[in-house]
Design a protein around this ligand. Structure first.
Ligand SMILES: Nc1ncnc2c1ncn2[C@@H]1O[C@H](COP(=O)(O)OP(=O)(O)OP(=O)(O)O)[C@@H](O)[C@H]1O
Ligand SMILES: [Mg+2]
Length: 244
């Protein structure tokens, strides 16, 4: 199987706090994988380790077969990482923000780059807002622009940390429609929303830095005889019941 992400015994400690406590994970190319868990579960730390923003305390992780420990540059060229508190440049317009990120990612200036920008703006429904300042966008549009900025260098793996937090349900559905429309991208997304977890091909339930269950949403529900994912998560997290 062609893996986009692989982690073995991944650990991250911050002094006394063990944020990630030995995570094993295999994510296939082309999957939408959801990282689901309560506040402080270790979702952000896991995403930061995988996207080479942080160095692990122990264990191994590979992205597209590249080692996060010593192949950071090669990994960064091929991934997009939207942090939890991602911010665009409010004074720059939609088009200028995309241009800015294209520069950061070293996308050569020219017709091809412009085509990719236009394609992303059309795809995200932002074409008519190219001259609007980012600070003036609605919450949902702001997130769509952030996504477009993450896609300008055509990454193969996209790490999205709670990308729709605080966005209304309609805009969240729209955001997911866009994610589904992306081709040839593996998406690892953390979310506090159960309806979004349901939309993932597979999910990993994380708590206290440990992966409690990794499977399709349906299989996770079945494993603890729950009707909804929410019920399944409460069963697994609060009663400490492990699936199987
Ligand atoms: N830079 C840091 N220094 C010290 N402790 C940290 C640091 N980053 C995270 N932690 C701790 O590690 C644990 C996991 O945090 P993390 O941010 O990964 O959780 P999370 O699942 O993303 O939570 P949330 O849903 O609130 O975003 C928490 O106890 C947190 O306080
Ligand atoms: Mg977080």
């Amino acid at each position: 199987m062609d893996l986009a992400v692989e982690a073995r015994g991944l650990v991250k400690k911050f002094d006394a706090v063990t944020a990630v406590a030995g995570v094993d994970l295999q994510i296939n190319k082309g999957e939408i994988f959801g990282l689901v868990g309560p506040d402080g579960a270790g979702k952000t730390t896991t995403l930061r380790l995988l996207s080479t923003a942080l160095e692990q305390t122990a264990g191994e992780a590979f992205v597209l077969g590249l080692n996060v420990r010593n192949q950071e540059e090669a990994i960064r060229d091929r991934i997009g990482y939207m942090p939890q508190r991602f911010s665009l440049y409010g004074d720059l317009t939609v088009a200028e923000n995309i241009d800015f990120f294209a520069d950061i990612y070293g996308v050569p200036k020219g017709a091809e780059r412009q085509q990719q920008a236009d394609r992303l703006l059309a795809f995200t429904g932002m074409l008519q807002f190219t001259q609007r300042r980012a600070a003036k966008l609605s919450g949902g549009m702001y997130k769509k622009l952030a996504l477009a900025c993450m896609l300008i260098h055509t990454p193969e793996v996209l790490f999205l940390d709670e990308p729709t937090l605080g966005v209304d349900p309609i805009s969240r559905r729209e955001f997911w429609r866009i994610l589904y429309g992306l081709k040839d991208v593996t998406i690892i997304v953390s979310t506090p929303y159960m309806d979004e977890a349901e939309r993932c091909n597979r999910i990993g339930l994380i708590r206290e830095g440990k992966m409690l269950a990794v499977d399709t949403p349906d299989a996770v529900k079945r494993s603890v005889r729950a009707k909804t994912l929410e019920e399944a998560f409460i069963n697994i997290v609060e009663t400490g019941r492990t699936p199987g």
